[in-house]
Design a protein around this ligand. Structure first.
Ligand code: HEC
Length: 268
């Protein structure tokens, strides 16, 4: 009799902890993420990116220090918090990555193909210069409030196109970005799916990329994040620096306005 009672008590405890597991898994992941913030290897990419920015390179043997990221030639501090934006010299809206490629072509004499070759790198064999440059430039906006402009007609157009793509359903699974990112509390396995249609959700997501991804041992840029979500959505491969990539970035970056930029961050 005593044995049976003890067993029933054990079963009751087991049921209670199973019910709690759902909530506490998310809490535990949040704790794990917080613990990772100390000592972020992204710094190594930032340092390499700064060196690349200052080093004379390419056929013209020039550095990128004359590159105008929107706040004037050579101004890096705070520039990322105002991107994407319209650039009069190219008559296009550009995000950081496409602007960097443009500067590598114009100032350093690389061809466009050379400048954006292997943009996400290839492991230890070939680390991506663009990812390092992105890490450096974005780190110079840490703590700066997001203030992506929407004045020029092409900026407004890019935002609208990005919004359209975000809600556009297609592909083998008839998914849109909004299918996975348009509600609170969704999850795939252990990954929370952030709700990107609220201001708070867009701010939290956008201001924490680029990120060092522990699971990959790599620093990843926002373009990579979009590229990988296109894959998850079973969409055709997202072309680096394409109008679609820039438009989606414009949509999410502008929705993040007002929040302090907080990357390169570190993620699972
Ligand atoms: C099939 C589901 C799915 C679709 C469709 C999808 N994503 Fe994602 N998305 C994910 C997953 C899973 C993660 C990673 C969550 C993690 O690692 O914690 C993610 C992460 C993100 C993040 C980073 C959030 C953060 O806080 O780090 C952004 C931004 C994002 N997606 C944008 C998009 C955009 C834009 C689209 C449409 C082109 C899209 N996603 C389509 C599943 C999806």
């Amino acid at each position: 009799m005593i044995g049976l009672r003890a067993e029933l008590a054990l079963i009751a405890v087991a049921i209670a902890s199973a019910a709690m597991a759902q909530g506490s898994t998310t809490d535990e992941i949040a704790k794990y993420r917080a613990a990772l913030q100390d000592g972020n290897p992204a710094e190594l990419w930032e340092i390499r990116g700064e060196a690349l920015w200052k080093e004379p390179r390419g056929p013209k043997h020039a550095s990128l220090e004359g590159c105008d990221l929107g706040l004037g030639p050579g101004v890096v501090k705070g520039a990322y918090a105002g991107l994407p934006r319209y650039f009069a010299d190219t008559d296009r809206v550009l995000d950081l990555e496409s602007r960097l490629v443009g500067c590598m072509v114009k100032l350093q004499g690389f061809t466009e193909a050379e400048a954006q070759k292997n943009p996400f790198g290839n492991g230890n064999a070939a680390r991506s210069d663009l990812e390092a440059l992105t890490a450096y430039v974005t780190s110079e906006s840490r703590g700066v409030k997001m203030n992506v402009p929407m004045r020029h007609p092409k900026e407004i157009e890019a935002y609208r196109v990005g919004e359209k793509i975000f809600y556009y359903r297609g592909g083998t699974h008839d998914f849109a970005c909004a299918t996975c990112h348009g509600d609170e509390g969704k999850r795939i396995r252990l990954q929370d799916l952030p709700n990107l249609v609220t201001t708070e959700g867009a701010q939290k997501a956008y201001t924490t990329w680029p990120a060092y991804r522990v699971s990959q041992g790599e620093l990843r840029s926002f373009e990579w994040r979009l590229y990988d979500c296109f894959r998850q959505q079973r969409f055709p491969e997202l072309v680096y620096g394409s109008e679609a990539a820039i438009a989606l970035t414009m949509f999410l970056a502008h929705n993040a306005n007002g929040a302090p930029f907080a990357a390169p961050a570190i993620k699972r």
